[in-house]
Design a protein around this ligand. Structure first.
Ligand SMILES: [Zn+2]
Ligand SMILES: [Zn+2]
Length: 139
């Protein structure tokens, strides 16, 4: 089990949306795909996977927007500040990827895998962190 904390809290940059995660993450992965680059403004996203039912929106329901790209799963963000919150098809999907960048205090766990490393940008370097690397999706 990753992390002993059973409850995590997160928010967007403007603070309008607050949520909690009531179960520990099943795994942590860094996604370097092109969609995650676009939406993150950086090398990609780092997320913890949980059953979708473990996520509870505490404030800012009306600010939450979900975008379905042509490829891949739906991404959820704050319509006021643009912060990326979830991936993986929330709220319909069985599992959701919670962006670690939203969590307060900062999440203590480490990245277990780097996925979609085939989409690494020329300006992007993979850290020498010992995590598994996958060309596309992880196992
Ligand atoms: Zn916001
Ligand atoms: Zn991605």
């Amino acid at each position: 089990m990753l992390g002993a904390v059973a409850e995590l809290t997160g928010s967007c940059l403007c603070g309008g949306i607050r949520f909690e995660v009531t179960k520990p993450f099943e795994r942590i992965s860094a996604c370097h795909c092109e969609s995650c680059k676009k939406l993150s403004g950086g090398g990609g996203t780092v997320s913890g996977r949980v059953p979708t039912g473990a996520i509870r929106i505490l404030a800012g329901d009306g600010l939450v927007r979900t975008f379905q790209p042509e490829e891949g799963s739906a991404k959820t963000f704050c319509s006021a500040c643009g912060s990326n919150l979830f991936g993986g098809g929330w709220p319909e999907s069985e599992h959701t990827s919670v962006r670690l960048s939203t969590l307060e205090p900062p999440y203590e766990g480490r990245i277990g895998s780097h996925i979609f490393v085939r989409s690494l940008a020329p300006w992007e370097m993979l850290p020498d962190d010992g995590a598994e690397r996958y060309e596309v999706r992880g196992t």
